[in-house]
Design a protein around this ligand. Structure first.
Ligand SMILES: [Cu+2]
Length: 458
């Protein structure tokens, strides 16, 4: 839900509202903030030039005001509480009530003014990742501007020159501020709303956190070994599905602000990459794929026709990135008979559970006592049983009957009769193994020894 609260200049918070001059209040656009992680419907432009708005997965777009032909936005950097999935909340830093911050949508050629107020305990800036803009608006603390001190508001002004997909994030104490969740999406729509038009346009950022089970604040010094791999600071099963009507042209724009690459994989459809960091790709340069690797700092827009109804998985293909916090460090126990050990341990720890003897799939069903505020490694229930996923995993739900503006979760897919993989029934005859054709029965094991170079002489 969008809430509006009166804004009092940070440093003057002790001053009563009436004591703040009306001029300074009028100079700032109304502060709009979000208090929940649900996907909000697209923000239809009421002023300015027309465009086809995007839908931010588990997020929202920031309203603006027009002032003398300039689009004005107000971002507030502040501590926030983000629910990562039901059962787990993280204490992050973000913008306007959430992490990531709201998506900013403008049109090619728009004159844009962004007020940035700092309510963090330390200085910050905002860098407008990927934009063509005057150097002094680029937001690199120390290099192109002074840092924005706590309580202060800075103003960024530039023209949105190139249509495409962008991000924003601090360029000040970056390791801390990005590990804490400070980032957001930016879309510059083409001047001509018919150009590159699609039926549904989804956006989200890949981010990652290291939050110990039972705690709330990310470890900021973690470099690679994160335990929560997220789409817009949400993990499966907390990530909303991407809903589409059959035969819609769907665009999904993804930006990567983690510290590793993510091969994003879509089931059941081929897509093409229609946009990169530098803008739209020329049509002749596109080739079909089902996975696209998104490197650190990159943005990709993929497009496909949602021709196949169903609940199709959309996920990072690194299998540790579709797991949640618990259990990354468990030893491999496949094939280990734990019975004797379990007997001894249960005499000391009554609710001890052994795991992993036949693989880790039992983790998907296991009800294990968890520390508070964490999520099981493999989780989520589907209509046929446990889905055994976490992290960077969601679904694209394609349905025949949907309204054009309907983005609600349509529930589980109703499979047409006879279209689901099935168990072979009745007596199953034993399968005879055919011997490999080329192999002769008396063939000895072939052994080749290759000496290191230089030992034989020439
Ligand atoms: Cu990944």
């Amino acid at each position: 839900m969008v809430t509006r609260r009166d804004f009092i200049l940070g440093a003057g918070a002790a001053i009563a509202t009436s004591a703040v001059s009306s001029v300074s209040l009028a100079a700032l656009p109304e502060l709009v903030t979000m208090n929940g992680p649900d996907t909000q419907p697209p923000l239809m432009p009421e002023t300015g030039r027309p465009y086809n708005p995007v839908v931010t997965l588990n997020g929202w777009s920031l309203p603006w005001r027009m002032k003398n032909g300039v689009k004005e936005f107000h971002l507030v950097a502040e501590p926030v509480v983000r629910e990562m999935a039901p059962g787990m909340k993280a204490h992050l830093w973000g913008y306007n009530g959430q992490s990531p911050g709201p998506t900013i949508e403008v049109v090619e050629g728009d004159k844009v003014r962004i007020f940035v107020t700092n309510r963090l305990p330390e200085h910050t800036t905002i860098h407008w990742h990927g934009q063509r803009l005057p150097n002094g608006m680029d937001g690199v603390g120390g290099l192109t501007q002074p840092q924005i001190q706590p309580g202060k508001t800075y103003v960024y002004e530039f023209e949105a020159k190139r249509p495409g997909t962008f991000m924003y994030h601090p360029h000040a104490d970056e390791m801390t501020q990005m590990a804490m969740g400070m980032m957001g999406f930016w879309v510059t729509h083409p001047k001509n709303p018919k150009s590159m038009a699609v039926d549904r346009d989804y956006v989200f950022i890949l981010n990652a956190y290291d939050i110990d089970p039972g705690s709330y604040t990310p470890r900021i010094s973690t470099m690679l070994d994160f335990n929560l791999w997220t789409f817009n600071s949400r993990v499966f099963p907390g990530i909303a599905p991407l809903v589409a009507r059959k035969n819609d042209r769907v665009r999904i724009r993804v930006g990567n602000l983690t510290m590793t690459n993510h091969p994003i994989h879509l089931h059941g459809h081929e897509f093409v990459v229609t946009g990169t960091d530098g803008g739209w790709t020329p049509p002749a340069s596109r080739w079909p794929e089902v996975t696209t690797d998104i490197a650190v700092g990159q943005m990709r827009a993929i497009e496909f026709i949602a021709s196949e109804p169903g609940d199709w998985a959309l996920h990072c293909h690194k299998s540790h990135h579709t797991m949640n916090a618990m259990g990354h460090d468990v030893p491999t126990m496949i094939g280990v008979d734990q019975r004797d050990v379990v007997k001894k341990i249960t005499s000391l720890v009554p609710d001890y559970m052994q795991m992993g003897e036949a693989g880790m799939a039992d983790m998907g069903e296991m009800v294990m006592p968890l520390p508070e505020n964490t999520l099981p490694m493999m989780t989520g229930q589907g209509q046929f049983g446990p889905i055994e996923m976490g992290g960077m995993f969601t679904t694209v739900k394609i349905r025949e009957q949907l309204g054009r503006q309907d983005y609600k979760d349509p529930g589980p897919y109703q499979f047409p009769k006879g279209t689901v993989a099935y168990e072979l029934q009745g007596e199953v005859p034993p399968a005879e193994r055919k011997p490999p054709a080329a192999e002769s029965p008396d063939k000895a094991i072939e052994l080749k020894v290759r000496k290191p170079q230089g030992h034989e002489g020439h």
